[in-house]
Design a binder for this molecule. Structure first.
Ligand code: NAD
Length: 482
């Protein structure tokens, strides 16, 4: 049976950075693998006045480094049309509908539509309402909406946004992107946990000492200062990516691997997050300039207020308040301008009860990016006389060739949307529970806008983040400073 799918994409924000960097390459890969072939078309819309030809050239450029041949890129981009569009103007949706209908006929798409909202969330409500009212939603095919982050700035705004969108589309038509959920190694978490008795049976508070999630970036805010200064690391990274990863690390085994069952278990975790003692359990920080003076302080970045109190770093102890997890601290941290760019999970086992040997740590590391793979540190016996123990590392890292061949997160997620598979997207219930947790921390911080620890650019964060673990006799397992 052919794997080819039929779909008309309408991308709002088609001139943007995300569209060029991620969406066009992802669509091209689906095209070159035969998921999209003859029966697809893309309408790009944004404010700028572009011709179809100009747009098709932009698309060709975006896929230049990955296309099989120029002719292939040409054939792919011939399915793209551009429509200049002001999202607030009803008239423009009529024009859009006519174009969509004619492309549907031309490519025999049979009514399947995917609306990609790749622009500021302020517009999502307006766009979805117009799509429904101006009848861009078809009767004969599927209609799916892909929504980019951020989904609101707190629980209240996200609920408002959700209500607006729900006036026009049902939850099962919505695909809220959290690109971490499309990453190979994030998806691997459930495979590791539930298909290895060795791991599954000891993944609990009797055996585990701590779980640590690190999402560190080496870059500063770059040109996103205006957005970031209003957001901060807690909203930008913890509410979505980190809490999603925590839910995968601690959810109960679903009855079966279906969207509904996975979501049910993830939601149960997110709803049982214990409200932290913020002063004790959470640390924020902001980067100052680097030791050698080459890197700017956050407050000197473009579009950032000179007395900004926005956190560019968060570390915290998250507690899942269930019998199974209450006693296992889950330490999280994320920040900009840190020493290294890495996303990883480190899981530390407790030492054995009797400890007849001088044992070291047993650690499972899930490398999410840029390296991908798993690493298990165990205690081995040193070769030779006596019973000296030494650590040994078993590694299954993805090779360069494997990384080159594996689908990128956006490609996988876009394929899921084509297949109507919502497993790797954030459900409203999860978003709501995460915002409530994050709002609680934000509110505590808002009461003290005088003090924020600074950390040197190119370090692993403020000293307070080390103290946080030291209080529990723990330490960060990943420490590139060492
Ligand atoms: P961008 O600023 O580069 O592009 C925004 C797009 O929206 C442009 O095409 C612009 O023309 C269009 N637009 C703005 N106002 C409009 C209006 N009134 N009418 C019609 N079009 C209008 O933004 P981006 O980086 O491409 O990001 C798009 C969305 O994706 C944002 O919600 C962002 O938060 C999210 N996102 C981006 C990235 C990324 O890596 N760029 C990562 C995660 C999430």
């Amino acid at each position: 049976m052919s794997k080819e799918k039929r779909a008309l994409y309408i991308i709002f924000g088609a001139t943007g950075d995300l569209a060029s960097r991620k969406l066009y390459p992802a669509l091209y890969r689906l095209y070159s693998k035969g998921y999209l072939k003859e029966h697809f078309a893309v309408i790009g819309t944004a404010r700028r006045e572009w011709s179809d030809e100009y747009y098709q050239n932009i698309v060709k450029e975006a896929v230049d480094s990955i296309s099989d041949s120029e002719a292939d890129a040409e054939a792919f981009s011939s399915h793209f049309r551009y429509q200049s569009h002001n999202v607030n103007d009803s008239e423009h949706y009529h024009t859009l509908k006519n174009l969509a209908d004619s492309l549907d006929t031309k490519y025999d798409i049979q009514g399947n539509r995917i609306f990609y909202l790749s622009m500021s969330p302020n517009f999502f409500g307006t766009i979805t309402k117009h799509l429904r009212d101006q009848k861009l939603v078809t009767e004969n095919g599927f209609n799916r909406v892909i929504i980019e982050k951020p989904f609101g700035t707190d629980f209240e705004s996200s609920q408002h946004l959700n209500n607006e969108i729900n006036d026009s589309f049902d939850e099962n038509q919505l695909y809220r992107i959290d690109h971490y959920l499309g990453k190979e190694m994030v998806q691997t978490i459930l495979a590791l946990r539930f298909s290895n008795r060795l791991i599954k049976e000891s993944w609990n508070s009797d055996s585990l000492s701590s779980i640590q999630v690190t999402l560190s970036e080496d870059l500063g805010v770059e040109e996103r200062g205006g957005y970031y200064d209003k957001s901060g690391a807690l909203r930008d990274m913890v509410q979505n990516h980190i809490l999603q990863i925590v839910s995968l690390l601690t959810m109960d085994e679903p009855d079966s691997y279906t969207t509904e069952n996975v979501r049910k278990e993830k939601l149960a975790v997110l709803k049982s997050l214990k409200r932290p003692n913020v002063a004790e359990d959470f640390v924020r920080g902001q980067y100052s300039f680097s030791d050698n003076g080459n890197l700017k302080a956050y407050r000197d970045e473009e579009k950032v207020s000179a007395d900004s109190m926005t956190e560019t770093y968060v570390a915290g102890k998250v507690t899942v308040d269930t019998d199974k997890w209450r006693d296992v601290p889950i330490y999280i941290r994320t920040g900009k301008r840190m020493k290294e760019k890495t996303s990883r999970v480190d899981v530390l086992w407790k030492k054995t009860d009797q400890q007849i040997f001088d044992e070291g740590d047993s650690i499972l590391t899930i490398h999410i990016s840029p390296d991908e793979g798993i690493e298990l540190q165990l205690n081995d016996k040193k070769i030779g006389p006596g019973m000296e123990i030494q650590p040994v590392s078993l590694e299954a890292m993805r090779s360069k060739e494997m990384l080159k061949a594996r689908p990128e997160a956006y490609e996988k997620l876009l394929l899921d949307v084509l297949n109507g598979d919502e497993t790797h997207f954030a459900h409203w219930g999860e978003v709501a529970a995460s915002w409530k947790y994050v709002d609680f921390i934000r509110e505590a911080w808002n009461k003290d806008l005088e003090n924020i620890p600074f950390y040197t650019a190119c370090s692993m964060g403020p000293k307070e983040a080390d103290d946080l673990l030291a209080k529990d006799n723990q330490k960060w397992l990943y420490n590139p400073n060492k």
